[in-house]
Write a protein that binds this ligand. Sequence first.
Ligand code: CTP
Length: 410
Amino acid sequence: MNDLAGKHIVLGLSGGIACYKSAELCRGLSKAGATVQVVMTEAARQFITPVTLQALSNRPVYGSRDVSGFDAREPNGMPHINLSREADAILIAPCSADFMVKLAQGAADDLLSLMCLARPIQSVPLLLAPAMNREMWAHPATQRNMAQLAADGAILLGVGNGFQACGETGDGRMLEPAELLEDLIAFFQPKSLAGQRVLVTAGPTFEAMDPIRGITNHSSGKMGFAIARAAREAGAEVTLVAGPVSLPTPRGVCRVDVRSARDMLEAVVASADSATVFVATAAVADWRPATPSDQKIKKDGSGQPPVLHFTENPDILHTVAQGERARSGRLFCVGFAAESHDLVNHAQAKRERKGVPLLVGNIGPLAFGQDDNEMLLVDAQGVHPLPRAPKLQLARQLIAEIARRTRATA
Ligand code: CTP
């Protein structure tokens, strides 16, 4: 998806071993549709050459030994002014401890720091991806500089935890290129759910027959994960209750992994009390084996299959939608319907049965596991189709719709 189409990003590199990740970040920014102008400090050039970044960004790299900031390539000789005026955002990745000091003090003795100082502070956001050894990161001086930078309006993107180039393990690694990209894309999304707490269920549930086997379904969880990501991008605090799926957790989302429908209900009830929006995308198993065996069910040699008895699972959406919080209008509930046929009638009937103001209908076999989908929004007024599109795009449309409706009822 061209999530950064039309955006011009100045990618600044200061000195640190994480510069090797910036090449991939540069490529990721371009692939997402952004134009990228790279500016490097002298120290960054010790770790990666400008040639690499010029090739990946398709533009000459700025920043040189000439620390005055004047550059004959620019008609007015002032890249620090021109580059910062053109940018939709400046992203410094990696941002070294030393470069933070310069930013915090307003130093301007190389093109990158000069450009950051010269940037129009109201219209050009400055995002920082710190990278350093764990002791440097934890040092009070670094933490003090970060607090100062945040107070001055910079956006700190945080750090990763793990093995460091120096051989130590801890906080301070630069976030991975994919994580930085996700954060930057999120940064540009409208904050239509700021202040809201969104609870999402996703994926299938697994209902055990014995310790080895169980029943489940084809839900991949992709739609629910996309909705959790879109809600987070829109500024909400998000809890994602996920059945057994192998998907990465969207950035900034609190994930609770569960297995069975009853586990899912328990996790949902624990969060629903403080949520303002509940989106139930999970394909919850309607039934579970009534008495799962605590040992593997073995063949007995008779050729007769075992007889399984089922009992109905709790209806999570219905339970929440009938709760006091939803009924008093403090929790906006959205259901999903996975049907195989006659979508409009089934979805309308299901919306009423579940007691929710909004239900999203889709054809299960066309949606499960796919990266795109088409959906039908069903409310008391009628139906409104959302044409086939990538799931993240549909998720953003749905979140915008939820934001509009919750604003209207607030
Ligand atoms: N749902 C739920 N708990 C259940 C069953 C469903 O929370 N035990 C939620 C789903 O997450 C979805 C909506 O209810 O938001 C509809 O789920 P779906 O499986 O389409 O419908 P069912 O209620 O199971 O009805 P049926 O199987 O008859 O179509």
